[in-house]
Design a binder for this molecule. Structure first.
Ligand SMILES: [Zn+2]
Length: 390
């Protein structure tokens, strides 16, 4: 029997604790009650847009985090943030006057000029422009998110990020909106055709940066989405820790200083690290690159010993283990240090399929890493605990 077939026969050790690092069960509220019967221990539940922030808070009340070491019923760790797919719905009120103080006609003009400025190509289609919601001020959203983070002291910031490939959905066609599935939380695409419009990367970066600085201020972990924007995601994160890099001192230099460390200290690459700066920090302490689809190369940048944030890489069977993606991703998974790997379902409905997806990706990672299922699940569990709580 092959190693693969042998592993598939083995019972999955749910009792050791399996953690979903990124999912969206509030997109499908009628199925949320299925959380009670899930085998997964904690769901890290993301928010993305205006319509789901309060829903995430709600399910965190229904399935509160009690103790990540106990199973059944599954628990929810909430995460509050604004996804790049909805970044156009936010305006930088540092540079635009308040909408509330102007009359309706003027509000409409401001709305149109906002969307014409942040979308590419700049839309002239009046029907499409009319279909977009009034954008909300960034400061209001950040203040609201801060309140949620204060209310839930272990909550994360997310889902945030950058995406160069997505396009906005078109306006609902006549009659289509009336027959939409009312069980789905509004604001998603729901099968609408895609428009040609994308959100300018500079605008996405502005929304991302302000959320990263909130995560830094509150010292919370962040869940980051990056699609066709891996360089820009890294650059935006690097800006946050600029001036806080860990100093890399070679052993030779350390010896010259006369304070060479004992031989029991284990360091990578003949280097030693010490923190350059103390005190207040500008960067989020822990970052998860969710459903990491980037190439192998950027791993080195994120894992460089001078990077002061702890960066984790999370994988899902939905995005990462499709037939085309899985060959490439195996090399990436092999290269991620054992203690920086996370798993996620990235699904939008709670229930058995979430458990099944987590099992699939965990089994694949164990095979790729050459771990037994028991060792792998323990490793992934302790990684999640460190990512979430530090
Ligand atoms: Zn997501």
């Amino acid at each position: 029997m092959s190693e693969n077939a042998q592993q598939q026969e083995e019972l999955f050790p749910w009792h050791l604790g399996v953690f979903d690092a990124h999912c969206h069960p509030t997109d499908c509220m009628p199925l949320v009650s299925a959380i009670s019967n899930m085998k997964c221990r904690v769901l890290t539940v993301m928010s993305t847009r205006a319509q789901d922030q309060e829903l995430v808070a709600q399910i965190a009340e229904t399935y509160p985090l009690r103790d990540e070491r106990v199973s059944a019923p599954a628990q929810v760790l909430p995460s509050f943030g604004w996804h790049p797919w909805f970044s156009h719905q936010i305006y930088d009120d540092g540079s635009v006057p308040e909408y509330q103080h102007v009359d309706t006609a003027e509000q409409d003009n401001l709305k149109i000029s906002h969307y014409q400025a942040v979308l590419v190509p700049s839309p002239t289609d009046q029907e499409f422009l009319r279909s977009l919601p009034y954008p909300q001020p960034l400061s209001k959203f950040i203040a609201q998110t801060k309140e949620y983070l204060e209310r839930y002291p272990t909550a994360l910031v997310g889902e945030v990020g950058l995406d160069r490939s997505f396009r906005l959905p078109s306006a609902w066609s006549p009659g289509q909106e009336g027959v939409r599935d009312s069980g789905l939380t509004p604001g998603g695409r729901e099968g609408r055709r895609l428009s040609p419009y994308r959100v300018r990367i500079e605008h996405q970066q502005m929304v991302l940066k302000s959320q990263l600085s909130l995560a830094a201020e509150m010292q919370r972990a962040v869940s980051v989405h990056g699609v066709q924007a891996h360089g820009a995601v890294f650059d935006t994160l690097r800006e946050t820790w600029k001036g806080f890099e860990k100093e890399i001192i070679s052993k030779r230099l350390w010896k010259r200083r006369g304070d060479a460390p004992g031989s029991d200290i284990d360091h990578c690459d003949d280097t030693l690290e010490e923190e350059l700066s103390q005190g207040s920090k500008n960067f989020p302490p822990r970052v998860c690159l969710h459903s990491y689809s980037g190439p192998l190369e950027p791993l080195k940048q994120y894992l460089h010993p001078s990077v002061p944030a702890e960066v984790f890489f999370s994988f899902s069977s939905v995005i990462n283990l499709t037939a085309t993606a899985s060959l490439k991703v195996a090399d990436v998974i092999r290269a991620v240090p054992d203690d920086r790997l996370l798993i996620e379902s990235d699904l939008h409905c709670a229930g058995g399929e979430m458990d099944q997806r987590l099992e699939e990706v965990a089994r694949s990672i164990c095979l790729i890493k050459g771990w037994t299922l028991e060792d792998g699940i323990c490793q992934l569990g302790s990684n999640w605990t460190r990512f979430a709580f530090g």
